[in-house]
Design a protein around this ligand. Structure first.
Ligand code: FAD
Ligand code: SF4
Length: 471
């Protein structure tokens, strides 16, 4: 049979229906579709797809196992390199990673690697065996993990499996980092996927201390000098919102995307008044930005009942940083993309509430430092957009609280913690860091990979320390 140049379609909820609910949009392959998609893989001798994977998952091997209906074998293969396959299968930007390099992408569509990863992970989860707790040695070393996002969870899980007693300190009342408070339910189901990943790590014997803000309630030095932790991993992410600094940003009805999504995801504002968290979504909402976070905020606002939701982005469609699939889904749901448009002022009414946004049209000039063409305002092209809610989603930076309370911890000019790329070791002995707090806002797979590298390096560090102490 001739090789199909197209991927097998992913079944999705109908756009009109899903725009009104928070249930998962993409429904996943069934067994027959997964096997048929796996059969498209050529099992290349020099698999380019693997080079595109930030954690080098053995892609041809796991796909081969799906082809042979050895689904347990497939997930075992993936888990050798990826601790969170059900998450990554859903949210990784595959079109810029593995699938971009797949040989089939030269002539048609790449193998649906992400979809197959999700299939293998979901199949495993559906019949998951009980996770067995680790038996810790009486003299097992103690490691503190600060932050429970993908970097912290992966680091904690790996360390526990190696026999370390791990405590995760999380500032919020729920673990999971962006997986819980940022990425919405309709892209990443919390009960089905995120909670189970966390529970499995807990079952290994990892302790979670929630509502524990490091740098406020305790410092890194106190953890090591007074609480007896032998090493610390910092995986606190990049959750500090950035604003443009234009007039009107303090009006009522202006949110940072982080606040908007946190209220919705973590505090179930979308179920107000059953849950006490209020959230005001107006009739006309403008989301400023073009990344995954902007798409999530726009689609969340729609689901909360907004009549018209704009994405306002200063470059063109080709430069949109969001995953293609999310852009496609947002368009299908009716999000109105105002490209080559930049806000210059948020306009308020006499009571201090947003009533509109003044924007200017942009054109693209020469490439800037990022390699993308620089957006330049078109003189005299200002116009007003009638909106009553504005959600700012133009990026986030590191929260400075730990850096400010940890003497000897080197940071970059932007406030990110400096850490070795391979070992995640910081300038402070025994302190390691990884994920967005080091790289700036990036991806789940990179944060997960950093957490695992750090776990391996902490293991080495503590073994060496033990040997030295014995001498
Ligand atoms: P985080 O996930 O940010 O977790 C850090 C944790 O540390 C948080 O729980 C925080 O509360 C806690 N913390 C912070 N300070 C302290 C402190 N002082 N004490 C204790 N705890 C603290 N990536 C993708 O690959 N695909 C996507 O589709 C995608 N979509 C995204 C959508 C949204 C809305 C957002 C916000 C991000 C998205 N990302 C996506 C990016 C991705 O989620 C992050 O790169 C990743 O979660 C970073 O992981 P992390 O472990 O470094 O930090
Ligand atoms: Fe299969 Fe594509 Fe990887 Fe080749 S490059 S092994 S076809 S997924």
């Amino acid at each position: 049979m001739a090789l199909s140049l197209k991927k097998h379609e992913m079944p999705v909820q109908d756009p009109k229906t899903r725009a009104k609910n928070f249930e998962e949009v993409a429904l996943g392959y069934d067994e027959e579709t997964a096997v048929a998609e796996a059969e498209r893989c050529l099992h290349c001798k020099v698999p380019q797809c693997r080079k595109g994977c930030p954690v080098s998952v053995d892609i041809p091997e796991f796909i081969e196992k799906i082809k042979a209906r050895d689904f347990d074998g497939a997930i075992e293969k993936i888990k050798e390199s990826n601790a969170l396959p059900a998450v990554c299968g859903r949210v990784c930007p595959q079109e810029n990673q593995c699938e971009k390099y797949c040989i089939l992408a030269k002539k048609g569509e790449a193998v649906g690697i992400g979809r197959l990863e999700r299939f293998a992970a979901d199949t495993y989860m559906a019949k998951q065996k009980e996770v067995q707790p680790v038996e810790f040695a009486a003299d097992a070393c103690k490691v503190a993990v600060i932050g429970s996002g993908p970097s912290g969870l992966s680091c904690a899980g790996d360390l526990a499996r190696k026999g370390y007693r791990v405590t995760v300190f999380e500032a919020l009342h729920k673990a999971g980092g962006v997986l819980s408070y940022g990425i919405p339910e309709f892209r990443l189901p919390k009960e089905k996927v995120v909670r189970r990943e966390i529970e499995n790590i807990e079952k290994l014997g990892v302790r979670f201390e929630l509502n524990s803000v490091a740098g406020r309630l305790f410092t890194v030095d106190e953890l090591m000098e007074e609480e007896g932790f032998d090493a610390v991993f910092i995986g606190t992410g990049a959750g500090l919102p950035r604003f443009q600094g234009i007039p009107g940003e303090s009006l009522n009805g202006v949110y940072s995307a982080n606040e908007f999504l946190t209220r919705c995801n973590l505090m179930k504002a979308y179920r107000f008044p059953d849950y006490a968290t209020p959230i005001k979504t107006g009739r006309n909402v403008a989301v400023i930005g073009g990344g995954n976070v902007a798409m999530d905020a726009a689609r969340t606002a729609l689901r909360l009942g907004a009549e018209h939701v704009y994405i306002v982005y200063r470059r063109s469609e080709a430069e949109l940083p969001a995953r293609q699939e999310e852009v496609g889904h947002a368009k299908e749901e009716g999000i109105d993309f105002r490209l080559l448009t930049n806000p210059v002022e948020i306009l308020g009414d006499e009571n201090g509430w947003v009533k509109g946004m003044k924007c200017i049209r942009m054109e693209l000039g020469e490439p800037d430092d990022s390699g993308r063409r620089r957006p330049i305002p078109v003189a005299g092209s200002e116009f007003d957009l009638e909106v009553d809610t504005v959600i700012v989603s133009i990026g986030t930076g590191p929260n400075p609280i730990i850096a400010h309370t940890t003497p000897g911890l080197a940071t970059t000019k932007r406030g990110n913690i400096e850490a070795d790329e391979e070992t995640c070791a910081t300038s402070k002995p025994g302190v390691f860091a990884g994920g967005d707090i080091v790289t700036g806002a990036a991806t789940v797979i990179l944060a997960m990979g950093a957490g695992r590298k750090a776990a391996a390096a902490i293991d080495e560090y503590l073994k060496k320390k033990k040997r030295m102490d014995k001498k």
